[in-house]
Design a protein around this ligand. Sequence first.
Ligand code: 0RA
Length: 648
Amino acid sequence: MSEYEKPVEHSYDADDIQVLEGLEAVRKRPGMYIASTSEKGLHHLVWEIVDNSIDEALAGFANKITIKVDNDNIITVTDNGRGMPVEIHKKTGISTVETIFTVLHAGGKFGGGAYKVSGGLHGVGASVVNALSEWLEVYVRRDEKVYYCRFENGGKIVQPLKEIGTCGAEEHGSEVRFKADPTIFTETTVYNHNTLRDRIRQLAFLNKGIRIVYIDEREDLNNGEKEHDFLYEGGIKEYVEYLNKNKTPIQQDVIYVEGEKNGIQVEVGMQYNDGYQPNIYTFCNNINTVEGGTHEEGFRLAINRIINRYGRNGNFLKKDDDNLTTDDIKEGLTAVISVKHPDPQYEGQTKTKLGNSEVKAIVSDILGDQLERYLMENPNEAKVIMDKCIVASKARIAAKKARESTRRKSVLEITSLPGKLADCSSKDASICEIYIVEGDSAGGSAKMGRNSKFQAIMPLRGKILNVEKARLHRIFENNEIRSMITAFGCGIGEELDTSKLRYHKIVIMTDADVDGSHIRILLLTFFFRFLRPVLEQGYVYFAMPPLYKVQKGNAIKYAYTEQEMTDILKEWGDAKNLGIQRYKGLGEMDPEQLWETTMDPEVRTLIQCTVEDAMEADQVFSMLMGEEVEPRRNYIMENAQFAENLDI
Ligand code: 0RA
């Protein structure tokens, strides 16, 4: 029961006081009503007001909403709906407009008409915004009249609703202007342009046919984007196209499904791209339900049932084949699932998991029927989808087999270690090191020069697999990668267990040249994607081989950087009687030199690799493999030699 419905035992004045106490409670504990009083909560205010206009539009009375932020960070939200009701409200004795902005939870259910679709999660009502504003004004255009009221200081009425003029009959609608109270929002009262823009765009996708205009007058903050005009007649069909914009769809069109049952509206858009990641977003009443819930369950149920049934009937799946798993079906699938529910129940850690149990069957039935019909009516598209899912399932099965064969079963099975690995004799991981060495000849020197008690050597040959482009099972098929995984002994991905790691130092030893650094990028990318905890826990290092050897008589010095070289030359004077050798690669060093310069723990320098290093490598990689042509071309021009070795 909302507060204004409580039995009225007091006089009109007492009611008035009760209203003020309500808003005062909001100011005392804003955290109970909005997300926070930080930047997030500030933006929350905007969504509270916008939600009301979206409800008016969803009820069929408005088709345009404008959201403006001006130089003083004043927000103005305008719609072309019926205009908020201006007559005296029976229960409060004041105008309905004022009631909306002063009585907690009074948003919506007045006339008992349409339910409140929008918001819901934080649908605490416009009164909360008023309570947390320095001032707030409302203009109503209705029946050819313009009405106005104003509140200050956290919702205290300073101008009760009054008629201030006339307007054309077609100029109906509501306008709310407010300035967030800086004594409440102490961190900031400055809105983030991109936050507003992205959510407004999303609202336009989720509510097809509603035109939402976003105006940001703040020249220094608006990225040069003063105005956005969002209108998507296709709704989430266009949302899915937008999400797949930088990808390569393998289907002509987005599969779009909509339906309604028991007052619950369901909309689903889906389209496959040639990638491997699923991109599935779910919403209830325009809220992104990031924890999923019953609508997502219904979606999974439907795609699983229908794709497998179609696969069997169409003989894509043979008699002995297992069913496709949901993961097989989701590979490369971009989908948006949106439901609108009159009484949503949210669960989960962050209250973003839809809990209403009836939704599961409703989504499953509506999507199932229409998806099946789509596949029947579009056999070419259906074939593309089936082929994609079947390839995914084959890859999954192959990857599982490969994982099983690379998994170190027990210490006794030492014979299964890769042939090219020269293992160390110690089994104490805390002192063991493995050198990943570029090239066979350097590998040979390292094997001879090492201390075989605790140093293992693993030479890498030839082109290393490009993990970004390769599908999972291709990664496991690659010999260099398999050898590394087997040697490390800790498994990878979900099954990774660093307590099983056989070496507490994994040392990447490459030439100090461009190719060497590129091999490092490839290795780091692989570690970043599949062995991240190993990186995070500090087990990965770079060896630092010298650039120069300088000899004067019997004395030898090594220079590891150009600066060190300059220093040595300064110290030893004229170069005429110095023997200077510039190392072009590790292979030029004999075993003793390699030991005494790069591998001997007493003198060597190891650089511990950080996750940031790996992240950067990963980004270079993504850039090389990604869609953007320009940066890739520049990079290839600058690194032509390396690029030849990469199949991009
Ligand atoms: C007429 C009746 C009701 C609300 C509105 C108009 C209305 C409210 C807002 C809020 C922002 N813009 C608006 N435009 C119109 C009451 C609705 C009900 O009780 O269901």
